[in-house]
Ligand binder design. Sequence first.
Ligand code: B12
Length: 288
Amino acid sequence: MGRTRCKLSESGASHADLDGDWVALVGPEIEENLSLRYLASSLLSAGFQSELLPLNGPKDLRPVLGALLEAARPPLIIAVSLSFQWRAMDFLELAASLREGGYAGHLTGGGHFGTFCCQESLGDFPELDSICRQEAEETLVELARAVKNGEPFHRIPGVATRRPRREVFQAPLRPPPEIDRLPWPDRRGIRQPQNHKAMLLLEELAVFVCFNLMIFDPDTTVESLEENFRFMETFGHVPFNFGRVELYAGTPLLRRMQKERRCRGDYMAWDYSLGNPTMERVFKLAIR
Ligand code: B12
């Protein structure tokens, strides 16, 4: 079969060279797939690299299949998005083709449709090893650990799988994770061109916006300031102001800055210097 190649890291830079165990996250990437990007950041914080492989329609099937079957190191887990019911057949077709092509690793799925139809999907598609039901940040990490260590995974909360006699077994669901405790979604591949494209799209749709740009923050660099300037120049007709990120009570940023001993003042008005001395001078010239 002649395969079109889909470069791994199509959606942006990969975290590393995928020399360790990695998880392939395959799903639609129309705009940004927040579901997969939350899963990617949780995997990374548990030590698993991942790749996001967009499968936006049948034309992506062959390139994605090629990238997965020809990867220098096969993924520990291939996780397919079963969020959208009307797209489920594309992803299940991918699962079947992966098995035909020789992928012998763990194949899981997840998302709204998978959650509610795990019984039927696992019954009808022997290619799937498991389905992660509902919010899956913790479930997928625990599944990856179990698969890596060759441990049983059928009792991991949230996992549905087939038992030896082929009946589907659903472990109890877990309570949804606390959003504040989850790592920020992985936004690799989202750069200035995507933000500019989003603005143009909004304008086409006659949606008018204004901005409060926090161009100075504890970690501002010359490059990040220049990037913000390019945005202001390109969209100068849009109303905006700009300022510095302040350290408000109760925020994770204040906690971090206190831990790093970078705060001055007291709880009524914390102050700080920007980490980059050049940027601190620019800030003083621009605002103070
Ligand atoms: C944002 C959104 C969109 C955005 C998606 C932007 C993007 N790129 O992410 C846009 C506007 C593009 C969109 C389009 C559509 N959407 Co929509 N969308 C949503 C919405 C409001 C939020 C989804 C979201 O990001 N949630 C936040 C993330 C973090 O949570 P999550 O998605 O639940 O993901 C968690 C778990 O479900 C699970 N999980 C999810 N995916 C996967 C994958 C794997 C491998 C694993 C292991 C786990 C897993 O783990 C995640 C982390 O905990 C939901 C409603 C909802 N409240 O969920 C509808 C929803 C998902 N959309 C729906 C529909 C129908 C559509 C459209 C078909 C509408 C249309 N007719 O065109 C299209 C389909 C587009 C396509 N893919 O082809 C339905 C799906 C119903 C179904 N089961 O099919 C929903 C549930 C709304 C509804 N009740 O009708 N949508």
